[in-house]
Design a binder for this molecule. Structure first.
Ligand code: MG
Length: 376
């Protein structure tokens, strides 16, 4: 039984090595919240993976408020048989999936450490009839570039890496020519595009014109609430699956999208759907509907990416995921052990107990702006 004596929150600011541009703007730094949960003297860590307020309404500040005033008091006043009870515990708080996922991740970490079991091994128990792989391919994601020349320079910089997939961020005016330039440079590499909601319904013809460019998928061109336009686009595309990301904020939304035929791929981010338990449920729902999924990323440090790496080993993750090494994003990481990236572009699920990392407390404290301890 899991009981919790205290939770410590850290508000952390992480400057990026270089700016990354999406249709939400330039990402030059990231503010996040780390949760350190203590249960019977064992600590577990979780990372707020949101990147608001463009991607979702949640920000580090909203997560801090929801964690401090609602979720942590709930956690400290109860006992759990398993971490998968977290969604029911947090159900009285509407929305705020990234905040909920932060705390649930820390509970999974504690639960694994208490029995010396890795998250990957805990997940394996949920799929007794299959042997989960221990590593999964990850691709590169290229932000919006100021010119085709700048894109060609960026593509050339990637020559030394094995790339299972390239994903281009696109928006109206930066799609067709950028895709063709990438195709020219990498004719055999699977290529997808991600609109991050930058397109409007009136752009459907423009997106249909991309159908002959052999794209693996067109991800989230329209707004999060616009399942209708995604459905219309999917109906008009002969070859290219539509993938939904921002639209899928719960398992039930996913079911609506699938029954509406609004997509043929779903990007699973555990933070966006309220935590690992919901992400597993979403994965299983997609299996039932014969819809493949891929593992999205949100600029997490090694704390968040360790969890994502285990999740990406579930059987229906059929495309390379997003998991840029934290050192490339920030020049450092918040864990002592490096994530295990292979030369052929695969990221291994950590094999250590819990989420499988040892935090770098010195690095965390050096980046912390505010911290707070909440006791039972
Ligand atoms: Mg996306």
């Amino acid at each position: 039984m899991l009981t919790f004596e205290q939770v410590e929150l850290f508000q952390v600011r992480l400057p990026r090595v270089s700016a990354y541009r999406t249709s939400y703007g330039d990402h030059t730094w990231r503010e996040t919240v780390l949760a350190r949960v203590v249960s019977n003297g064992i600590e577990g860590w979780g990372e707020f993976s949101g990147d608001g307020p463009g991607f979702s309404y949640e920000t580090a500040q909203t997560a801090w408020h929801i964690l401090k005033d609602y979720l942590i008091p709930l956690l400290c006043s109860t006992q759990l048989e398993t971490p998968s009870m977290c969604p029911a515990l947090f159900a009285g708080v509407r929305g705020h999936p990234f905040a909920k996922a932060t705390l649930e991740a820390a509970v999974w970490d504690v639960a694994g450490k208490q029995t010396g079991t890795s998250l990957h091994a805990l997940l394996q128990r949920l799929y007794p009839d299959q042997t989960l792989r221990t590593k999964a391919p990850v691709g590169v994601s290229i932000g919006l570039q100021p010119s085709i020349f700048a894109l060609e320079v960026r593509l050339e910089q990637l020559r030394s890496f094995h790339l299972p997939r390239i994903k281009l961020k696109v928006r109206p005016g930066w799609d067709d020519a950028a895709i063709k330039a990438t195709r020219l440079a990498y004719p055999d590499t699977p290529l997808s595009v991600d609109g991050n909601s930058a397109y409007a319904r009136g752009d459907i013809d423009r997106l249909v014109a991309l159908d002959d460019l052999d794209l693996t998928m067109i991800e989230q061109p329209f707004g999060p609430d616009d399942l209708y336009s995604h459905r219309d686009l999917q109906a008009r595309l002969q070859h290219t699956p539509v993938c939904l990301d921002e639209s899928i904020h719960s398992v039930r939304t996913a079911e609506s999208a699938l029954r509406w035929h609004a997509c043929r791929v779903i990007n699973i981010k555990q933070g966006r759907v309220g935590g690992l338990t919901q992400a597993i449920e979403l994965h299983n729902l997609c299996v039932e509907h014969h819809i493949p999924v891929y593992a999205g990323g949100m600029f997490e440090t090694g704390i968040g990416k360790s969890l994502n790496a285990a999740l990406a080993c579930l059987p229906n993750f059929n495309f390379p995921g997003d998991a840029v090494p934290p050192e490339q994003l920030y020049g450092f990481d918040l864990i002592q052990n490096r994530l295990d990236y292979s030369d052929d572009g695969e990221l291994s699920a950590p094999s250590g107990p819990g989420l499988g990392f040892t935090v770098d407390l010195k690095q965390i404290k050096a980046r912390t702006q505010t911290s707070l301890i909440i006791r039972k």
